[in-house]
Write a protein that binds this ligand. Sequence first.
Ligand SMILES: Cc1cc2nc3c(=O)[nH]c(=O)nc-3n(C[C@H](O)[C@H](O)[C@H](O)COP(=O)(O)O)c2cc1C
Length: 375
Amino acid sequence: MLKTNIMGFEIKNPVVIGSGPWCRGENLKPALTCGAGAIVTETITGDSYPDVSPRYDYDSGSRGLQNIRLYSSIDLETWIHDLKEIEKNDRYGSDTKLIASVMGSSSSELAYIAKKVEKTGVDGIELGLACPMGEGVSVIASDAEKVYRYVSETVDAVKIPVSVKLSANSYNLPEVVKACNKAGAAGISAIDTVRGILSIDIETGRPGLATYGGYSGAPIKPIGLAIVAGIAQTSSLPLIGLGGIENGSNLLEYIMAGASAGGVSSAVLLRGYDVVGEILDYLEKWFESHNITDISMIKGRALDRLKSFEEIKVEKKVASLKEVCAGRDCDICSRGCLDTAIFNDNGIRVDSAKCSGCGVCINICPDKKFELVWK
Ligand SMILES: Cc1cc2nc3c(=O)[nH]c(=O)nc-3n(C[C@H](O)[C@H](O)[C@H](O)COP(=O)(O)O)c2cc1C
């Protein structure tokens, strides 16, 4: 029921553990055995990058996370050893697919690393072309010609499928996606973290972390959904959607935006591998209660309804109260109404001649008392 296809092969369910430190060294075993359809290793490079301290800043209110890790602090030879050990141990009895994320300082180094990693027995390669940390790195995923060179050289060097990871920091996405397609990529993962600074202490002027970082978690879901939907509307490459997936309903949103599977990263860091089982339970129940027997029945469901701005019909709708509101202490609807159409006159009233039907009141009323009706 939950099986799906990513980058040319089938996985048992659409929950992918995205690339990061929860998929390296000793963490590979719990990642592989927690029930995910696939896992993606932390990005393996030719050099190892130091782990600075501290490297995480978290805001529990918005559930946004900033990290300043740049690729893996484990060197290539150790990675090769660790991946071979996994195969020697028969992947600890798990049928979860194993994808290696790799990156190089040039297209030829990238192809070389991918070939070395392929020999360990991994199922696929993901090219980490969009990491927003370090200088100049994100440029690769913004430059369609470079992307073509990096992807095609790797595709030529290995026999297993190659996918490309993109981010909101990759400009010119339509051209970049075309370049991935032309170069023989088997899939796309999006999005990587978004370049960001989570916080600045206004007493000391000190930023939460020592450099620009990758912003992730719940607040980036709208950005991820928009990028995934945009790619799905212009390309038929299988997509793994990432960015702010914390639960099964978030993952379904990505499927409806056109992804074949959803990746979970920050949620694994913040809540552990159990989050995978929780998402799977939700998906199973949701599929059953909605009579969905195959992901293809819901994949891309939102895309037809995502129109260009010019295509949206201007509908004459106005706000209306579903029930009487005495105008309790909040009065937030009248204060938030830019049309000055909502006012308190012995109870909340709407002047439908002034209301332009923007919908703010529907969103901000704590008691959900408003609806939009035809004028
Ligand atoms: C601490 C941390 C380390 C990460 N390391 C990598 C990495 O090595 N390679 C990569 O492609 N993405 C990396 N990512 C990006 C995630 O895989 C994912 O694309 C991004 O965080 C958005 O998903 P999320 O909101 O579920 O975290 C990392 C993210 C975090 C938070």
